[in-house]
Design a protein around this ligand. Sequence first.
Ligand code: PEP
Ligand code: CO
Length: 445
Amino acid sequence: MSEWNKTSWQNFEALQQPNWPDAEAYQNVTETISLLPPLCFAGEIRALKAQLADAVEGRAFLLQGGDCSEDFANCTAPGIRENLKVILQMAVILSYAGGKPVIKVGRMAGQYAKPRSSDTEMVDGKEIPSYRGDMVNSPEPDEAARIPDPERMLKGYHLATATMNILRAFTKGGYASLERVHAWNNEFVKRSPLGRSYERLARHIDQALNFMRVVGIDTNTPQFNQAGFYTSHEALLLGYEQALTRQDSITGGWYDCSAHMLWIGDRTRQLDGAHVEFFRGVGNPIGMKVGPKHDIDIVKRIIEKLNPENEAGKLTLITRFGCKDIEKYLPKLVREIKRSGYKVVWSCDPMHGNTYTSETGLKTRNFNEILQEIQCFFEISWAEGTVPGGVHFELTGENVTECTGGGQNILDQHLLKNYQTHCDPRLNNEQSLELAFQIAEMIRS
Ligand code: PEP
Ligand code: CO
C-alpha cells in the first residue's frame, strides 16, 4: 500500500463531493481552516476509543444521535441544549435501567454535509442542484441558493466551534449533573406516560444519590456532576476534514480534530475510494455504515485497511438494513466478521433503512419499524454470540412530527403539524425516550 499522508486521498476518487464553482475560493477557505484551532484534541479522541473498546466486549453501550443534518439557523443555546438534553435523558435511562455505562456521542458540532442520491432535483418543473447540507449550499428550493459556496464551509467551522464550546460548558459546568435529571424532562413530555416513567426513574436516581450521601460517599465529584460527551459527523467533505487533521504533539500520530468520531457513509465506503484512503491514516475511532448493498468480502477488505492492527474501539460497524431486510443480511455479516476475528463495535442505525414517503409526500419513518429493527438487531446478536454494542439515531429534543407512531401516535396526516427537517425525519423527544426504555430492557436481558 502506498504511503499515507493527509493529502494522499486526493489521488483516489472521492464520491459525493460538491462541484465548487470557484476553485480558488475553495482553496482559500480550506487553507484558512487549516490554520485555525482544532475542535478537539487527540487525548480526548483516544479516551473515546478506549471506551469504545469496552463496547466491543459488552462492558459499555454506545449511544450516538442527533440531527440528520444540523441546521445553521439552529446553532443557538436552546437548540443545542434540547438535543443534548434528550441524549442525556436517553443515557440515564440506558445506564440506570440497562445497567451499563453509556458512551454518549452526538451527531453534533459539524454534521453539516449530506450525501444525496441524485445531484439534482426537480422543483416546479425546473432542475436545480440538490441540497447537500448547510456547509455546502442552502436548502431553499432556488437555483442560486443551491450553488455550492465554500464560505459556508468556513461558517460551518465557526458554528461547529460555537456548538462545541457550549456543549463543553453544559456537560462540564453543572448542567449535566445527576442532581438535575428531573430538570431535563421537557414540559411537553412531562405529563405523558413516557414523561411519567422518566420522572419515576429520576426519583430512583435521587434516592440512590441520597443513599450514597447518607453512607458518606462524596457526590460532589466529576462522576456525578459532569457528563462525558463526544462529537461526531459523517466525514464527507474531505477538504474540510484534511484542513482539521493535525499531528498530535504527544504521540506524533495524525488525528482528524474536526470531531472525536467520524463515520464513512454507505455511499462513500468504496474500498479504493478517497474516503477509505483518508480514514486509514487517522487515529480517530471510525464508524462505517453498512446497508443492504454491501459485499461481505469488500467489507472485510475495508476493515483490514481501516484497522490493520485489529485495535478494539477503532472501528464501529453501523448497520442500517431496515426492519424488513435485517434478517436477510445481518446474521451472515456478523457471522463472517466474527469468524474472521475482527474486533468491532456493532451498532444499529434503525433509521436509514426504514424511510418511506407518506401520502402527504413527506419523507417519514415509523416508530414500530424502528423498534422492530433494533429488536431484531439484539436477537440476531444474541443468536450469533456477538455483542449488540450500540445504537445510532436521528433525533431531536424538539416536539417535531417527522416520524409516525410512538406514544402520541403520530399519523401520516399529522406530519405537517411540525415537520422541520430539511433532510431525514427525526424522532422527537417522546419517541426517543420511549425507545430508550425499550432498549434498556433489551440490554438488561
Ligand atoms: C446519515 O447517517 O445521515 C446517512 C446519510 O446515512 P447512510 O450513509 O447510512 O445512508
Ligand atoms: Co439521514
